[in-house]
Design a protein around this ligand. Structure first.
Ligand SMILES: [Zn+2]
Length: 276
C-alpha cells in the first residue's frame, strides 16, 4: 500500500452505506482520484459526522495499491480547509460550481495531474462563492479547462481559409472559427456574435463579476451611461457572456458526446439554442 498526501476538491460524492462515502477527488499532484471514505459519516458521542460535502476543499491522505490502480483508493484522513459556504447562499452559484466540477470530472482522466487546472478550479469556486453574476466566471473556467486538456479552440482566424475578418461561426470539428464564405460548406457549426468572439479572445480571468456586464445600452459609439447604484441581488450576464458560454458549452458537448447536465440551469433554454 502506498500512502499519498494531497490537497483535494470534492467533484462528486456518493453515499455508499450508512457510514461510508465514495468520493471523486481532484488533486493537484495526483489528478482525479476515486476514493472510499469508510466510516466517514459515523459520529461519536461528542460529534455529529455528516461526511464530506460536495465542492469542499481539504487536505486528504489516502492509501492506494499504487498510483494508477483501478481499485478505489481509501481515504484515511480529511482536514477541511474551505467549504465555499457562499455557494450555498444562491442557487445560480451552486449550479455554476457543480457545472465546473462535473466538467472537470468528465474531461480529466484518473491519476492524470493538472496542477494549473486544480488552481483554476479553486479560484473559480472562490469567485463563485461571492459572485453576483456567475456566468462570466464559468466562461473563464471553461477556457482554462479546454486549454489544460489540450482541446482549446482557436479564435484568431477562419480554420478554412485563414481569413481574420467576417468570422461568423464556430465549428467544434474544425476546432475554431469559420468565416461567412467558408461557413455554408459546413453542417456542424454554431453562430457566434462579434461581442462573444471579443470576449473569447481575452485571457480567462477569475473575478467575482464579469467585466462586460451589465449589458451595454445605447447604440455603438454612444457613451455608456454612468452606472447607477448597483441593484441588489444577482445581475444578469451580458449577451456577450451568454454567447461565449454557449459556444464553449457547444464545443464541450461535442467532446463529451452529450449536453452537459447543468447547462440549461445556468442559461435557460429560451436564452440559448440547444445543441442539435
Ligand atoms: Zn474562411
Amino acid at each position: 500500500m502506498t500512502i499519498l498526501h494531497d490537497e483535494a476538491i470534492v467533484l462528486h460524492r456518493l453515499d455508499y452505506s450508512e457510514t461510508s462515502q465514495v468520493l471523486v477527488l481532484f488533486t493537484p499532484t495526483h489528478g482525479k482520484v476515486r476514493a472510499i471514505g469508510k466510516g466517514i459519516k459515523r459520529g461519536t458521542k461528542s460529534r455529529i459526522a455528516v461526511g464530506i460535502d460536495l465542492l469542499e476543499r481539504g487536505t486528504a491522505v489516502f492509501s492506494t495499491r499504487g498510483e494508477r490502480s483501478e481499485t478505489l483508493a481509501t481515504l484515511t484522513e480529511w482536514k477541511p480547509r474551505s467549504a465555499f459556504l457562499g455557494l450555498r447562499e444562491r442557487l445560480p452559484r451552486l449550479y455554476a460550481a457543480q457545472y465546473a466540477a462535473q466538467l472537470t470530472a468528465q474531461l480529466t482522466a484518473d491519476w492524470d495531474p493538472h496542477p494549473a487546472l486544480f488552481e483554476a478550479l479553486g479560484d473559480c469556486l472562490l469567485c463563485l462563492a461571492e459572485a453576483d453574476e456567475v456566468l462570466g466566471v464559468v466562461v473563464a473556467y471553461q477556457q482554462v479547462l479546454l486549454r489544460e486538456i489540450g482541446l482549446q479552440p482557436r479564435f484568431d482566424c477562419c480554420s478554412g481559409c485563414g481569413r481574420s475578418t467576417e468570422l461568423t461561426h464556430f465549428s467544434s470539428l474544425e476546432g475554431g472559427l469559420l468565416c461567412r464564405h467558408c461557413e455554408p460548406a459546413h453542417v456542424e457549426k454554431r453562430e457566434l456574435t462579434p461581442d462573444a468572439l471579443a470576449l473569447l479572445r481575452e485571457s480567462p480571468c477569475f473575478t467575482p463579476s464579469s467585466p462586460l456586464e451589465p449589458p451595454r445600452a445605447g447604440s455603438p459609439g454612444e457613451a455608456a451611461p454612468a452606472p447607477a447604484t448597483p441593484a441588489p441581488g444577482p445581475t444578469l450576464p451580458s449577451a456577450a457572456v451568454r454567447g461565449a458560454f454557449d459556444v464553449l458549452n457547444y464545443h464541450i458537448a461535442h467532446i463529451l458526446g452529450r449536453e452537459p447536465q447543468l447547462a440549461d440551469l445556468l442559461v435557460p433554454p429560451a436564452q440559448r439554442r440547444r445543441l442539435h
